[in-house]
Design a protein around this ligand. Structure first.
Ligand code: 9WN
Length: 450
């Protein structure tokens, strides 16, 4: 039997211990101590989902701090290297590799950042915080929050739609697997095959000081990550140039689904603030058509990422194909068929897994690896998205069961970064912020719905 109060208490202490106070009203949630010491883009938004329930001020500070790293063109980098110059390198690749302030005028002066982005969950998180503040403090303070963040969110979404979807397909192009947030997923293997790194600088992996190398990406993949980052730097992080010459260009299904969810929240904000809405409505319509035109594979009856260079779907069986369901816009006939996958031993049905939670890759896939980062393990952010999808389609009982399995898993194992589907063992970093945050979000939801 899970002790909810104990779980709540321990999840909150993970978030509290990972908080970094920068002074002057700024601060952020580290994803995990040691391995990820800086501020990460989508991690800060996930953390906000947890904090919003009991300390919305902190979640606002986290997002406010994140937006200090926004570039003049609206781009929001995936890492902000706060307070770094005086310290030895804590994380590789650090600011010395990206050198954004040296190669583009668009980068902010006050904080060094990376030159790639991550899935834009911020408008979703902000809308969630807004609703909490509205319920506790009333409309005036809640609206003030929207007015503060709206212009930055709008600029970010506009950047993504204009610069990362010049085709107007409704789907966003990523230039680096790290932009997907599902960094090492086999989703990218085929598109990475053509990348042959050359002239790489000598570098030292710092991640494997903290986590066993068997749970982290292989050197062959890391070389490609570094090579692609350097290629982007050569263009001055210019999207037009990268569109013309970059060797990794993929329409990312999950990134685009998250942007769609975030665009919907942006629309609600615009309506609250009496701002024009037609451009946002246009973005929503593009995805509503585009996700079928670009990502739906008729023969496999499945959604996939689309490689712009080979002009082919990337057909590896991964849980990412289920993320579009969190948008609620896929016809329920398709949802009903796809959700049956979860009942198969391929995913977590028929007692195949220690906990009935979605692994990141189908366990019978030839590329499945039980313990390696994004190549098989259970991630709770992915399960949280599925949980939202189940609710959107009225599968409340299933959603409740999924939440219960999450509670059982973290009570037994702790708030790890990811977990083995076969044994449930906690893997990667310990006391990982988003694991704690999405658990809290599900917990508050469970407690409030009785
Ligand atoms: C590279 C921080 C980040 C997450 C990513 C996850 C991992 C970094 C890394 O950790 O990526 O950005 O060094 O492996 O894949 O989703 O945001 O938690």
């Amino acid at each position: 039997m899970v002790d909810y109060r104990h779980l709540e208490h321990s999840a909150k202490s993970v978030l509290r211990n990972n908080w970094v106070d920068l002074g002057k009203g700024l601060g952020y949630t580290q994803p995990a101590q040691g391995i990820y010491p800086y501020q990460w883009n989508w991690d800060s938004a996930f953390a906000a989902y947890g904090f919003a329930h009991y300390d919305p001020t902190r979640s606002l500070t986290d997002l406010r701090t994140l937006f200090q790293g926004q570039w003049q063109n609206g781009f929001l980098p995936h890492i902000l290297f706060w307070d770094v110059p005086a310290q030895p390198e804590l994380y590789y690749p650090g600011p010395q590799l990206w050198e954004v302030q040296k190669v583009t005028e668009l980068a902010p002066k006050k904080v060094a950042t990376s030159g790639i982005t991550q899935p834009p969950l911020q408008a979703m998180a902000l809308w969630h915080i807004y609703k909490e503040i509205l319920a506790r403090q009333g409309p005036a303070p809640a609206k003030k929050i929207l007015a503060e963040f709206y212009p930055r969110l709008y600029k970010l979404h506009q950047f993504l739609h204009q610069k990362r979807d010049p085709e107007g397909s409704g789907l966003i192009t990523i230039f680096h697997p790290w932009e997907s947030g599902f960094d090492n997923s086999p989703r990218w293997d085929e598109a990475l095959e053509r990348i042959i790194p050359n002239n790489l600088p000598k570098y030292q992996r710092l991640d494997i000081r903290f986590v066993k190398s068997a749970q982290r990406p292989r050197k062959k993949q890391y070389d490609k990550y570094i090579y692609l980052a350097l290629k982007l730097k050569q263009t001055g992080y210019d999207s037009e140039k990268s569109y013309a010459e970059h060797p990794f260009k993929v329409k990312d299904l999950t990134f685009s689904s998250i942007l769609y969810l975030a665009d919907k929240r942006l629309l609600y904000m615009a309506q609250e603030l009496d701002q024009p809405t037609s451009e946002i409505k246009g973005w929503l319509e593009r995805f509503e058509k585009g996700v079928f035109q670009t990502c739906w594979h008729q023969e496999d009856q499945m959604f996939y990422d689309f490689d712009l260079i080979s002009q082919k779907h990337l057909r590896t069986q991964t849980a990412s194909s289920l993320v579009p369901f969190s948008t609620g816009l896929i016809p329920s006939s398709i949802f009903q068929k796809t959700i049956k996958l979860l009942e198969k031993a391929d995913y977590c049905g028929q007692g195949a897994c220690a906990y009935e939670l979605l692994p990141s890759v189908a366990i019978q896939s030839p590329v499945f690896e039980d313990s390696r980062y994004w190549r098989g393990p259970i991630w709770l952010n992915l399960n949280w998205l599925l949980w939202r999808g189940l609710q959107a389609y009225g599968y409340h009982q299933r959603a409740r069961h999924l939440a219960q399995e999450v509670f059982r898993l973290v009570s037994d194992q702790g708030f790890y970064e990811f977990f083995s589907p076969l044994t449930g063992q906690g893997l990667g970093a310990k006391n990982f912020s988003w694991t704690a945050a999405v658990t809290l979000d599900m917990l508050y939801h469970t407690l409030s719905s009785g």
